[in-house]
Ligand binder design. Structure first.
Ligand code: ATP
Ligand code: ATP
Ligand code: MG
Ligand code: MG
Ligand code: MG
Ligand code: MG
Ligand code: MG
Length: 334
């Protein structure tokens, strides 16, 4: 009998407080397709950029932005999307977890479960992806049900949030064109850095170093550390070269070795020789996609208000590393 009383909700809840996202910070929720390397193979995506697959991702992201009104901005590339919530957001009481407990064990209250930010967004995104599949791939049967994972991180200033977004825009495979010590180890991680990205680096490095084993995506942190001039789309340029070589009959390893250490201009030349003008590729391939409201006020439209004043969700392929975009759209980050 006494033991039962030890399992009070307050007691259980006391272990959950760490999952509250820091107040007054920008929350970025990133969803990423699970095993999309395989998913894209099985569904015969065009490599390196399947346009319809990207359009499907963008459409799902727009649905998420429409559903969760606190989202100010979203950025996506490949199988991932980042959703930025406004600083003041109280969505799910800033709970990152699957659910949290409210109410205590007094006679009149019950325990309720609320979906947390991450699980709500990631499940909404996944179900949209499956729901909309047929619209974007009318000729392709969905062979199995894809899923996405999600995580939330808080960024305490606009500057750091923008570093985060820049990091996402500098493409994920950037790492492959840089000469790196192999294998990448902790000493190497600690020995490099860049001034303006430092807070982000410190956060991410501390997080990584707290893991006993370096995780598979250690490359991401290394890439972050190596962004010396964030010029965007470098990774896509690599990918475009890589797949061009593969299409020309080189094996994947061979292509990777061939490209190791080549410089941007060399790769541009290589692409040119093979009739691909990298700079002429669609913006969506080179820059990824941004989703945002076209005006400051994104309140749901009032009944009876004029059609002309309806706020629109914009999908565009902007450079979000330079200041220009943020100067032209001052309402996004406030
Ligand atoms: P994980 O589950 O760890 O995320 P993953 O296989 O999804 O594993 P990612 O690093 O997320 O690995 O890479 C996504 C992969 O999905 C890309 O490397 C690419 O092969 C494929 N992919 C995603 N979107 C597209 C697209 N629009 N066109 C072609 N390929 C794509
Ligand atoms: P929230 O988004 O907060 O979870 P909710 O409306 O989903 O809101 P829940 O507490 O999860 O609230 O309750 C689920 C509700 O869905 C139930 O109250 C019931 O009305 C309905 N429901 C779920 N499963 C069934 C079922 N198998 N048969 C009939 N009704 C169901
Ligand atoms: Mg993943
Ligand atoms: Mg993935
Ligand atoms: Mg990915
Ligand atoms: Mg329920
Ligand atoms: Mg429910």
């Amino acid at each position: 009998d006494e033991d039962i009383h030890k399992i009070r909700p307050e007691y259980v809840e006391s272990f959950h407080f760490m999952d509250k996202l820091l107040p007054s910070t920008w929350i970025a929720v990133r969803v990423d397709g699970c095993h999309f390397h395989r998913f894209s193979d099985i569904h015969a995506f065009e490599k390196p950029n399947d346009e319809q697959a990207l359009n499907l991702m963008n459409s799902c992201a727009a649905a998420v932005v429409e559903e969760f009104k606190d989202i100010m901005f979203a950025y996506g590339v490949s199988d991932e999307y980042s959703f930025v919530l406004k600083k003041e957001s109280k969505l799910y009481e800033r709970d990152a977890r699957k659910f949290h407990l409210v109410g205590y064990a007094d006679a009149n209250s019950s325990i309720s479960h609320f979906s947390g930010i991450v699980s709500a967004m990631v499940s909404f995104f996944s179900s949209m992806y499956i729901w909309k599949w047929n619209h974007f791939f009318p000729q392709k049967e969905l062979r199995y049900s894809p899923s996405f994972d999600g995580r939330a991180v808080c960024y305490p200033s606009v500057e750091i949030l923008r570093d985060y977004l820049s990091w996402r825009q500098v493409d994920c495979e950037y790492i492959h064109i840089l000469p790196l010590p192999a294998p990448v180890d902790r000493n190497f991680l600690q020995s490099i850095g860049r001034k303006s990205l430092l807070p982000l680096i410190v956060f991410e490095v501390l997080w990584y170093l707290s893991c006993t084993e370096l995780p598979d995506d250690t490359n991401c942190i290394v890439r972050l550390l190596l962004i010396s001039s964030c010029s965007g789309h470098i990774n896509n340029q690599y990918n475009t070269c890589f797949w061009m070589l593969v299409k020309c009959g080189k094996g994947k390893c061979e292509a990777q070795n061939y490209l190791k250490g080549t410089q941007t201009q060399e790769k541009n030349d290589l692409l040119m020789q093979n009739g691909v003008d990298y700079n002429a590729l669609p913006d969506m391939f080179r820059r990824g996609s941004c989703v945002f409201w076209d005006e400051e006020n994104n309140e749901p439209m009032e009944v009876g208000s004029k059609e002309g004043s309806r706020k629109r969700i914009v999908i565009d392929h902007c450079n979000i590393i330079d200041d220009t975009f943020w100067v032209v759209h001052p309402w996004i980050l406030g």
